[in-house]
Design a protein around this ligand. Structure first.
Ligand SMILES: [Zn+2]
Length: 340
């Protein structure tokens, strides 16, 4: 029977992750994207034990496409650089960014979600999977002149996360995600080719990793039409509703449509980065399951990805993590529970 990795094994994993960040050669942003993708896929598909997990190169490629989707559009249009797309590579533009950018121009899809229905999408996945296999998957475990093959074994069209790795990726996903994102942002800033594109604007991190305000306003409008002007948490009727991440963005920083609920400003501020209490979780699961298609439709119009099963898997992971770390959950203003 499989069980969770020991405390010592988990520490060893973290030490190796740290070495990877500090000693690996990062000549493009691909390795950051790969680490984030592996952690995300471990949450979506992994189990709470030390079993190995096979991930196809195409599954990894689809996560890459989602990650680079917004980044393959111009950061700023009115500058000297003709395209305004940020350089993600120390040499010429990264092949994956180029492929996504060309796909977007040719297929006129506003989200990676709608892109999946396009005929050309399969070709895009094939090309991204091939680049990912030749580059970051091939090189990620090369560290400081040697190899540190602790994460996965390579197969012809997939990788297999070694025993205990999916567990550790799930457990430490917020940490790995934050490290990878901050290094990724630094990489873009340090690349001299990006200076003219970056200019004086200071919203690089949100451009790279967050949903725009315009999109959120669209989401807010759609959810109001679906659910009425009512706070999800306290049921208060008000038109001043804000979009809240049910599973907090600080815990799982990726926007998925089913994770959005409407909250009054007071609840939103008070809940902040905490997980909502069990009664809210039960209500949310029921709500998004019953309204899954309508919610997905809002996402499609707004350009936000949506997948009910993925959102439920992320929630399951979030609450398991809270239980493991003895975190509190939020009931209402000033009131918290211990998770079950
Ligand atoms: Zn409220």
């Amino acid at each position: 029977m499989s069980s969770a990795p020991s405390a010592e094994e988990q520490l060893d994993f973290l030490t190796k992750i740290q070495r990877l960040f500090n000693e690996s050669d990062f000549s493009s942003t691909y390795k950051y994207a790969l680490l984030i993708s592996l952690a995300d896929l471990a949450i979506e598909l992994g189990k709470e034990d030390d079993s190995p997990l096979e991930l196809s190169n195409r599954q990894v490629a689809e996560r890459f496409i989602e990650l680079y989707w917004q980044q393959a559009t111009p950061y700023k249009t009115s500058e000297s650089n003709e395209s305004g797309i940020l350089f993600q590579n120390n040499g010429t533009q990264a092949a994956i960014v180029k492929a996504i950018s060309e796909f977007r121009q040719q297929n006129n899809c506003n989200s990676s979600q709608t892109a999946k229905r396009s005929k050309e999408y399969r070709k895009l996945v094939t090309s991204v999977a091939s680049t990912a296999a030749k580059q970051p998957i091939n090189y990620l475990q090369n560290v400081g002149g040697g190899t540190l093959p602790f994460l996965y074994e390579r197969n012809p069209n997939s990788i297999t996360l070694k025993s205990g790795v999916a567990y550790c990726l799930r457990r430490f996903q917020p940490l790995i995600q934050q490290l990878a994102r901050s290094r990724w942002t630094d990489f873009i800033k340090k690349n001299t080719k990006n200076i003219s594109i970056l200019g004086e604007k200071d919203d690089l991190n949100s451009f790279l990793f967050e949903t725009s305000r315009k999109t959120l306003a669209f989401v807010c409008k759609g959810l109001k039409e679906l659910y009425g002007n009512k706070c999800f948490y306290c049921n208060k009727s008000t038109s001043e509703l804000e979009v809240d991440h049910f599973i907090p963005f600080s815990l799982y920083p990726r926007d998925l449509m089913h994770n959005f609920v409407l909250a009054c400003p007071a609840c939103n501020r008070s809940k902040s980065d905490t997980l909502a209490a069990k009664m809210h979780l039960d209500k949310w699961v029921e709500l998004i399951t019953n309204n899954s298609e309508a919610v997905a439709k809002i996402g499609e119009q707004a350009g936000v990805s949506s997948n009910l099963e993925t959102s439920l898997a992320i929630a399951k992971w979030g609450y398991e993590s809270a239980t493991l770390s003895n975190g509190l959950t939020w009931n209402k203003q000033g009131s918290y529970d211990k998770p079950d």
